[in-house]
Write a protein that binds this ligand. Structure first.
Ligand code: AMP
Length: 329
């Protein structure tokens, strides 16, 4: 598969790299990193990293305007970190001569001519590192930094390790990346983890007000008023979900944030036990077994999600020996 992808990259003069809507550091790092790698390995190619930009992650680099349709007829499209067609940001797969999907989400549907799907990979960035290590693609320093940031963000600093995140393979690839690129990781961690005081205050509010259900779902409702009072936006509020892992007795945790601009409720869900993506998929969402998101219109739907996840926690605990969670495992 690696060779097949390398040969397609070598073959095409124009290459467009896309990723999912609502970008995160992993999808952006993989996209912008791969663009830099291709341009440096093949200086005569035209490579575009496309999709809506996001100010929050501008430290990862800039994005390009999609070339005219007539250029796409002879172009290769690489879709990164996106399992289904409806979540691809800003391009129509059908307009391209050929397409490749590189993704670490559980399979949803076939979208591209060539699909490399590995849901045992920690991140899309890990897959790009692997692709380069297995082919002649040399990783530039700029790309190494982006790939490192994306991988670190998706594994939450190598913390996630249920069954498909920070594996021996992850550490091995990161070791090789660090040895070959000699990047300084300190400023990269600052990019990812420096928080403003308003977000920290909102984190304090969430800790004080999180409701914990009988079976171990922790959830918080962040109304527009609360979000405004803390001077953050709905996306940053939802992002705080990553900071609530390892609360004793909480297996699944959820941020419900009002986004009045888009007239919807953003639901960010994380788990350290039950697989949550199936419930997210029922509510205009999806994601990974332990990290999912959904978008709903009403609070009734949001609380239905809480109830369904509570039921999942109950079943999960019953499936464990003795029905109790061993917090030390
Ligand atoms: P988030 O909570 O936004 O960081 O998202 C966690 C994971 O769920 C990521 O892999 C997202 O791609 C995925 N995800 C978030 N929202 C949605 C959605 N509305 N539909 C499908 N997948 C989503």
């Amino acid at each position: 598969m690696h060779k097949k992808i390398y040969n397609r990259i070598k073959k095409y003069n124009t290459i467009v790299i896309a990723r999912h809507i609502g970008p995160d550091p992993d999808s952006l790092g993989a996209q912008i990193g791969l663009k830099d790698i291709i341009i440096n390995n093949f200086p005569n190619k035209n490579v575009y990293a496309v999709g809506a930009p996001t100010a929050k992650f501008k430290y990862l680099g800039t994005l390009d305007k999609l070339p005219d349709d007539k250029h796409l007829e002879e172009a290769l499209l690489i879709v990164i970190d996106t399992p289904d067609k409806k979540r691809i940001d800003g391009v129509n797969v059908e307009l391209f001569k050929e397409s490749i999907k590189i993704d670490h989400h559980p399979f949803i549907e076939s979208v591209c001519d060539i699909e490399w799907i590995d849901d045992t990979s920690s991140s899309a960035c890990q897959m790009i590192i692997e692709l380069c290590m297995k082919t002649k693609l040399e990783i530039t320093k700029y790309a190494a930094e982006r790939l490192f940031m994306g991988l670190v963000a998706d594994t939450n600093r190598f913390l996630f390790n249920h069954d498909n995140e920070s594996t021996v393979k992850t550490f091995d690839l990161v070791k090789k990346l660090l040895m070959s690129s000699k990047i300084d990781v300190t400023p990269l961690y600052s990019n990812l983890y420096l928080r403003n005081i308003n977000e920290m205050k909102l984190q304090g509010y969430i800790s004080q007000n999180m409701i914990i259900t009988e079976n171990g779902v922790g959830y918080i409702t962040l109304t527009e008023q609360i979000i405004k009072e803390h001077k953050v936006d709905a996306a940053s509020a939802g992002n705080l979900v990553n900071n609530f892992n390892y609360i004793e007795g909480v297996l699944v945790w959820i941020m419900i944030s009002e986004d009045n601009k888009q007239n919807l409720l953003r639901i960010n869900i994380r788990s350290r036990g039950p697989h949550i993506n199936t419930v997210a998929e029922e509510y205009n969402g999806g994601g990974h077994k332990y990290a999912s998101g959904a978008r709903v219109k009403t609070y009734d739907e949001a609380y239905e999600i809480v109830e369904k996840l509570d039921e999942l926690c109950k079943e999960y605990k019953e499936s464990l020996e003795g029905g109790e969670i061993d917090e030390n495992k």
